[in-house]
Write a protein that binds this ligand. Structure first.
Ligand SMILES: [Zn+2]
Ligand SMILES: [Zn+2]
Ligand SMILES: [Zn+2]
Length: 444
């Protein structure tokens, strides 16, 4: 079984089982070619049936079902052309601003010319998009796939540059690998965060490991959120095997219909930590299978950078336990320094002026007399964001020491009482003294 385990941070694998929605999708979506372009003139529907593009186009003007199996493709949720492909592959180069990602995901969109639902003809288009091949890039790739299937990734519009009616981006895509933000390229520090907001994908659940007491509650939570009318997508982050577990349970209880509730996306942190590395799993401890991360392998393992999710910078650190187990270190963004009101008044900014708020947000303001006041003149030193770490179920959290240094709060388990260290380690847990030792080692 081990050799079959997916390595979720490698998009090749994600693509093969990339059907995020299980059987619940009824939206139009077409050929999912990977590297090779689809056969000239032919399109494969998601149900697997292939037709000539021209035949399909005529057919879809009358009916929106597959001519063979009657699967419905007609639920219009966006104006994106019904015929189009989304394919992607990895290339060996690094995007500016993403030195951690040695590869880059290149997405190729392809829309042949056609006629929209209102009967207006549009021009074809073949835009490209670039994402770093790291955790952030793969999260976005997954969300883009869903948006594409929902036909909301593109809209239709008049292009000023090309003076033609054609598919236009609804979601910001990096169409260039370089050139910075103004040229729709990299580097762009806040692109990931902005995209998540655009895709309304800011909800995140972090699961440490798949022992029942740490994740069975998830199903009740999903059910409650759906009943309460949640519509925004949710991202669940956790160890390898997470997706299989969640989908199996949801499928067994009648399936998960994202159109009626919300989209669930997964980020499985591979057992290698960073993609392409060596597996951190090794025989250790006395769990039922003893298949957790091995102390020797994770002692010096680097934290996995998950980027900024729900407004917090998140790092995952491998913890020694009976199953692959991730601790999470969450850091707030840095905040602007304290405003010196007396200094501001002295520079000519009246008390309670709107300008005080603008300065606090980092903007330079212009006074009535034309003089400028910059934030640096009135703000104290930047207040660094606080760090909170959640380290659940572990006998050795060494990999978390550096990321937790100076943390405002560390939650570390202590299942066994003092003096039971041998039993604790044997079961992948800690004593109160071991937890205290960890806190001392990172000065938290
Ligand atoms: Zn079919
Ligand atoms: Zn556990
Ligand atoms: Zn536990």
């Amino acid at each position: 079984m081990d050799a079959m385990e997916p390595e979720p941070l490698q998009p090749e694998v994600l693509d093969e089982d990339g059907d995020v929605d299980m059987h619940a999708e009824t939206n139009a979506s077409f050929s999912w070619a990977r590297d090779a372009p689809p056969v000239q003139g032919a399109f494969r529907l998601r149900c697997g049936h292939t037709y000539h593009m021209t035949c399909l186009r005529t057919w879809f003007q009358q009916k929106t079902r597959c001519p063979s199996c009657q699967q419905e493709f007609g639920k219009v949720v966006g104006k994106q052309p019904r015929l189009g492909t989304f394919s992607w592959h990895c290339e060996n180069f690094t995007l500016p601003g993403h030195p951690d990602a040695v590869k880059t995901i290149v997405i190729q969109f392809m829309f042949p010319e056609g006629i929209d639902d209102e009967g207006k003809s549009y021009a074809g288009r073949k835009p490209k998009g670039y994402l770093p091949c790291n955790a952030q890039g793969i999260i976005l790739l997954e969300l883009f796939k869903v948006a594409f299937r929902r036909r909301v990734m593109f809209g239709m519009g008049e292009s000023m540059t090309f003076s033609s009616y054609r598919p236009t981006f609804n979601i910001h895509i990096k169409t260039s690998s370089s050139g910075g933000e103004t040229k729709h390229g990299y580097p762009d520090e806040t692109y990931f965060q902005r995209s998540l907001r655009e895709l309304k994908a800011n909800g995140v659940i972090l699961l440490t490991h798949l022992h029942g007491d740490h994740c069975y509650g998830l199903f009740g939570l999903l059910q409650t959120a759906a009943l309460e009318g949640r519509k925004d997508p949710l991202l669940i982050v956790g160890p390898q095997g997470l997706r299989t577990m969640v989908e199996t349970v949801l499928l067994s209880s009648g399936g998960w219909y994202s159109e009626e509730s919300f989209q669930i996306n997964y980020l499985e942190i591979p057992n290698t930590g960073t993609p392409g590395g060596e597996s951190l799993v090794g025989p250790f401890g006395s769990g039922p299978r003893g298949l957790g991360f091995h102390p020797d392998r994770c002692r010096h393992a680097a934290a996995v950078q998950l980027g900024v999710l729900a407004g917090l910078r998140i790092q995952a650190v491998p913890l020694v336990h009976g199953l692959p187990d991730w601790g999470y270190v969450l850091t707030e963004p840095d905040r602007p320094g304290k405003l010196n009101a007396a200094k501001a008044l002295e520079l000519g900014i009246p008390a309670k002026s709107r300008m005080l708020g603008q300065l606090k947000q980092g903007q330079t303001v212009r006074l009535d007399d034309g003089s400028m006041v910059s934030p640096a003149q009135v703000l104290g030193p930047t207040i660094p964001g606080r760090t909170v770490a959640i380290l659940q179920d572990t006998s050795d959290a060494s990999a978390a020491i550096e990321p937790c240094r100076g943390a405002a709060c560390v939650v570390h388990e202590a299942t066994f009482e003092d003096g039971m260290e041998t039993e604790a380690i044997g079961k992948g847990h800690s004593t109160s003294t071991m937890a205290a030792r960890f806190a001392a080692s990172c000065q938290a």
